[in-house]
Design a protein around this ligand. Structure first.
Ligand code: BTN
Length: 269
């Protein structure tokens, strides 16, 4: 599906030629080197923001991850980008993040037919149990009104070596696929899928929730749980997410508990 190319420079013309979305990524801001694409679009004046805008960088010097962590990514090898949305509604953002994660899962599953690709709650994508992508969603409000919603995505594409702290748990598309992958084609394919998922998210489609659930690691299983950093003694059964994006867990007494994504970590073997 994706012909290999050996170029490390992101080819905007090729990307735009291949992009078949109606609105997502049609407005693009490509900066070769910046601190963080999320920070960049958060600082943009509102009159320069377009719903569906893509901000892409080849090199982030201060890439940010969840929980104030850094996101390290080798220059020119991966995809580090932010999508800016101006949704009409003011909630369910975590479902949208998971919908984007699902789009990544589907894109990679098509490319890597033998690999196991899934979502690790709350915001990671794994290939064969190693992290290939992370998502960082941020909101900006002016007063009570949502000004912009930023979904930042870091996807390891052609990087082969990782820093020692993350090396054992990280992977890239190339490491699994065995061949260099053209980021332009991967991104255009991914954006088509995200645009489609966005429509399902807006329409509150039940099938979207089902697909997200089916792709979350541990779905339907008894798993260990860390709540606010503390590992719980009892196992919980992972029932899936609800409409607002909270995770529903069955406890040992048969009660259903809901958790927001900041609160918990799932621990599987
Ligand atoms: C995580 O796994 O902790 C989330 C990582 C998110 C990284 C992406 S890269 C593009 C965007 N800009 C950032 O500074 N972070 C996100």
């Amino acid at each position: 599906m994706i012909p290999p190319t050996l170029s490390t420079k992101f080819d905007i013309d090729l990307f735009q030629q291949k992009l078949s979305t109606q609105w997502l990524g049609q407005a693009i801001c490509y900066v070769k080197k910046l601190e963080s694409t999320n920070s960049y679009v958060k600082k943009m004046p509102l009159n320069e923001i377009v719903h569906g805008m893509l901000c892409l960088a080849d090199n982030q010097t201060k890439g940010r991850g969840q929980y104030e962590r850094k996101w390290e990514s080798e220059s020119g090898q991966n995809l580090t980008f932010s999508l800016v949305f101006r949704p009409t509604e003011q909630e369910r953002f975590h479902v949208l993040t998971l919908a984007c994660a699902l789009a990544i899962v589907e894109t990679l599953t098509e490319l890597l037919s033998d690999a196991e690709v899934c979502i690790k709650w709350p915001n990671d994508v794994l290939i064969n149990q190693k992290k290939v992508a992370g998502l960082l969603t941020e909101t900006m409000f002016s007063g009570n009104e949502l000004d912009r919603l930023v979904v930042g995505i870091g996807l390891n594409v052609n990087q082969e070596q990782f820093l020692s702290e993350v090396a054992s748990g990280a992977t890239s598309v190339k490491k699994v696929h065995g061949e260099f992958v053209a980021r332009e084609l991967l991104l255009s394919d991914l954006l088509s899928r995200i645009e489609y998922k966005y429509r399902l998210w807006e329409r509150r489609q039940r099938d979207l929730m089902k697909s997200i659930n089916r792709n979350i690691v541990g779905y339907g299983q008894w798993v260990g749980l860390q709540v606010n950093g503390a590992l719980q003694d009892d196992a919980y059964k992972l029932l899936g997410i609800n409409e607002t994006g909270q995770l529903l867990m069955l406890n040992q007494d048969g009660g259903i508990e809901s958790f927001s994504y900041e609160q918990i970590r799932i621990v599987t073997d």
